[in-house]
Ligand binder design. Sequence first.
Ligand SMILES: [Zn+2]
Length: 309
Amino acid sequence: MRKTAIIFIGLVYFFSQAYTTDPVQGDKNQKQPLKRIVIDPGHGGSAAAAGKFYGASGKHMEEKDVALAIGLQLEKVIHEQIPDVEVIMTRTTDVFNSPIVKANKANAAKGDLFISIHCNDVGPTRHREVIGYTTRTVKRKGKKVTQRVPKYRTWYEPNLAQGTETYIWGVGKTKDKEEALMENNFSDTALLTIEKNDNPAMKMINSMRTQEFAKRSRALAETVEEEFVKAGRLSRGAKQRDEKGIWVLQAVAMPAVLIEVGFLSNPDEEAFITSPEGQLQIAESITKAIKRYKYSLELQVNGGKPSGK
Ligand SMILES: [Zn+2]
């Protein structure tokens, strides 16, 4: 086959199959682009098992426990409010899995959306002020000179940073995302007959999918932050982590966001995000955002009509 023919077939395949529909669900002609959500409660396991992945510690609770409680609450609220969506959890207990294992789980489940739950944490703010002077004598050019030396008081105050943030993967990491797609999404499709690596058609399809997933991830991140604001939370915005990237977000072959639900280092916010009421409110805000996201995807893939669910 000539290269142009391969690209053409690839593109036709992309537009017809990229957002496949489950024929059992809903109207036969209506595609359901969001069928399976992977929820990833961040961190997990003992400090010894998790090592550098252990996560933050609040005064009263650990990030891994807050993330799990909110993840499980979110699973419940999605079941109740969006019953046609399946939820897959990367963990349901206090267990450590490396980000690689979590990404593999999400990819094996063929999720349509990946949501990672975390808590923010900042160290205390250091303050220093001059509280007086002492003198000391030094020799300068053979002469004795008296110098004034300030005395300092140093103290720490809790950093009162607060609010929610939703991250998507950094633009610089787009190549990694394309690789995740290369390795995962088309392994069991007709396209397997076309050579996977260094194939121009596959490259073009994956690049288009990467762009589409980035667009979707950003749309959801912004919607999540909007819903937090509606619920009375302070939003620090939808963000992109460029330099560091967020490994797990770029390793999953699906749109992906990481939600920092609040600061464990802020006493008021810790009280809120560790309370059952706060956790329910957070799960409900995220679910509202998912509903809006799902609706807009359905409009997009079904030519202006939602799936009716
Ligand atoms: Zn974290």
